[in-house]
Design a protein around this ligand. Sequence first.
Ligand code: ADP
Ligand code: MG
Length: 444
Amino acid sequence: MQFKDLGLDNRLLKTLNHYDFRKPTDIQKQAVPVVIAGKDLLASSKTGSGKTLAFVLPMLHKALKSKAFSAKDPRAVILAPTRELAKQVYGELRSMLAGLSYEATLILGGENFNDQVKALRRYPKFIVATPGRLADHLEHRSLFLDGLDTLILDEADRMLDLGFAPELRRIHKAAKHRRRQTLMFSATLDHAEVNDIASEMLNAPKRIAIGVSNEEHKDINQRFYLCDHLDHKEAILERVLEEAEYRQLIIFTATRDDTERLCAKLNEKKLKAVALSGNLNQTQRNTIMSQFERAVFKILVTTDVASRGLDIANVTHVINFDMPKHTEEYVHRVGRTGRAGNKGDAISLVGPKDWASFKRIETYLQQDLTFSVLEGLKGKFKGIKPRKPDLRGKKADATKVKGRKKPVQKKKPVKRDKSFHQNVAVGDAVFVPKKKVAPKVDDE
Ligand code: ADP
Ligand code: MG
């Protein structure tokens, strides 16, 4: 199947041809006709499978083929959870707008509000935005969405994880045209909160799921190492970096402070690394991303602020220095490599503090994950056995163990590794349960 078989406007076909996109990917084949037919859509397919064009192409096709609901309001809004991802989607949209006379604008948190007001006064037809700032413009009445015909939520589940449900609802309320179409995309759309918001925002949506979110990604080779403590993690990381033939590499840590600390250590070792986290200002974030994209720095040390959506051509390796607390983030982090048919390696370091997250990920992936060992770097940690239920003082339960040996209650003194406790900075961020609202500063 070719792009032209999807019935896309000739101007779009020409641009696709110019960029040498030859055939639609599976998600594009399935999503484009549904969107062109005007249906709401909940779509998932694996990381790197071309979801962006799956919504950008039919969105533009509709704009080319049909009359706008209003002269001034934007025709489509695309929302993304992080500024970096919104910027990337905007870039892809701009490429596809080549030769068309539409205005588009990017509305991000952390950037000058008044400049954005000015840009909105030019009545752009397409807006890519992070949800917090877009909702601010609605409140400020610098933007109206009454005439919006398409609302697109990229990485919808992550926006909910970050606590943007109120902003999404506000945007949904403002975009009140009865024929508005709404699309949600992600590689992981299977948790309950998504269903709740989808049932509010989408109208009889069509569902497309190509593969399941926890399906093994054939292009990503996963490896896991057990680690005793921080020094051990660093030794393993050093060896991995020595041995891996990486072009570009992303290291994920648990907290923002860890990105800086680890990055400084790598730089001491003369490895060209740069740290990105949500507490930097926007200019710094832009500079860092641009330096990494241009491979001025080959290593990016970051948090989950960069786990979603980013498409950087030469990322051959992803390293989880700490395991992610949100299970789905594992799928997204490793999905920064192995994109668009390329191969990639994902290496995860699992210490005592990562164990609970690791087990949750193992259950989620429904795979038996095995551990590799590096010569001379075998540690002592072998995982944490699940605790036996405490049966003391429970008469009813005690009868059940009748005949069995009484569980040994004597406590052995626990051997503690001092170096580990001195270095608890890594991997010990408090786990934030999904329902709770995480601080927005990281991404907005
Ligand atoms: P996803 O959102 O599914 O993670 P992206 O939309 O970021 O994936 O696309 C991943 C990569 O695949 C990008 O570099 C994109 O340019 C490329 N790509 C998208 N569609 C096609 C296609 N039809 N043929 C070849 N490459 C494509
Ligand atoms: Mg994407």
